[in-house]
Write a protein that binds this ligand. Structure first.
Ligand code: ZN
Length: 292
């Protein structure tokens, strides 16, 4: 029998990672295309997939916000994004029509959550949260093996958080004065500190407090079996340990969490969680698909 190939795209604000394979851990070809204008970027993406083996379906894990309402006429479009050239781009539609394949699309963090659930730090579990702390803060949740869905993609990064007394910083989020992304994203850190790459102990403590608040809130409403936390900001030495400590303090024994320190852990797939998720979206794009 001929092998079945799937396409995966991890669409980000700076680059599009494209891969073809029979499974996420059996990638045959991969390329990275810089994110410029929609026309230029998508033409190169299409060219890459046309040059390889014929794919049966495509999965896209994309930056957003996205319209994920299947009843909407703009399903699969990129919605209001700060990347203005991409506003209203019919990402799923363009890729699907140019390549003549069905397309499953979801947010980058939901894709990464699915990748980690199936092949990474969430393997063997059914309910997890995946958080990335980078330019922004995104969270993808899997409940009972399925990506959490509502009227749109969830915006857990914008949950409101109690401000640390004495913290006067207000420029992190244009929409909310006191939200997690506004306090603790990489963008906020660059505005807060002169040297965000080498945070002082006080800066790390403040960051851990805000991330700890966010994760505590996620634990209280989702009751996840594991929380996977990645993104560039988490490369700061000692931050993950501080976050674990904050969460334990904030929960104050009220919620029983696994004693295992890996209850709050790093992604096992490193930077590959998103492309794994994209390929999973493609291969599972039937009626029982995790993302459907
Ligand atoms: Zn916000």
């Amino acid at each position: 029998m001929e092998p079945t190939f799937y396409g995966g795209i991890e669409a980000g604000g700076t680059k599009f990672v494209c891969a073809v394979g029979t499974a996420p851990d059996a990638i045959e070809a991969k390329t990275v295309i810089p994110t410029t204008s929609p026309d230029e970027t998508l033409a190169k993406v299409v060219e890459f997939f046309q040059s390889g083996p014929a794919i049966q379906a495509m999965g896209i894990a994309s930056f957003g916000p996205l319209d994920l309402n299947r009843q909407s006429p703009t399903y699969g479009h990129i919605a209001k994004t700060p990347k203005l050239a991409w506003v209203n781009t019919d990402l799923a539609g363009i890729i699907g029509s140019k390549l003549g394949v069905p397309v499953a699309i979801d947010t980058d963090v939901n894709g990464a959550a699915l990748g980690e659930l199936t092949y990474g730090a969430g393997k063997g579990l059914h309910t997890i949260a995946y958080m990335t702390v980078g330019t922004g803060i995104g969270v993808g949740c899997i409940i009972d093996g399925r990506i959490m869905r509502g009227i749109a993609n969830s915006e857990i990064g914008h949950m409101l958080i109690p401000r640390q007394p004495g913290d006067d910083f207000r420029d992190g989020c244009p929409y909310h004065r006191d939200c997690l992304e506004g306090f603790a994203s990489g963008t906020a850190l660059r505005k807060r500190w002169d040297n965000p790459e080498q945070m002082s102990s006080a800066a790390l403590a403040l960051e851990a407090y805000y991330l700890g608040c966010g994760i505590t809130n996620i634990i209280t409403f989702l009751s996840p079996q594991r929380i996977i936390i990645g993104g560039g900001v988490m490369h700061q030495a000692g931050l993950l340990e501080r976050v674990r400590h904050e969460v334990a303090g904030l929960l104050n024994g009220y919620v029983e969490t696994p004693a295992d320190k890996d209850f709050i852990t790093q992604p096992a797939l490193g930077g590959e969680s998103g492309i794994y998720g994209a390929l999973l979206l493609a291969s599972a794009s039937g009626p029982d698909a995790p993302g459907s």
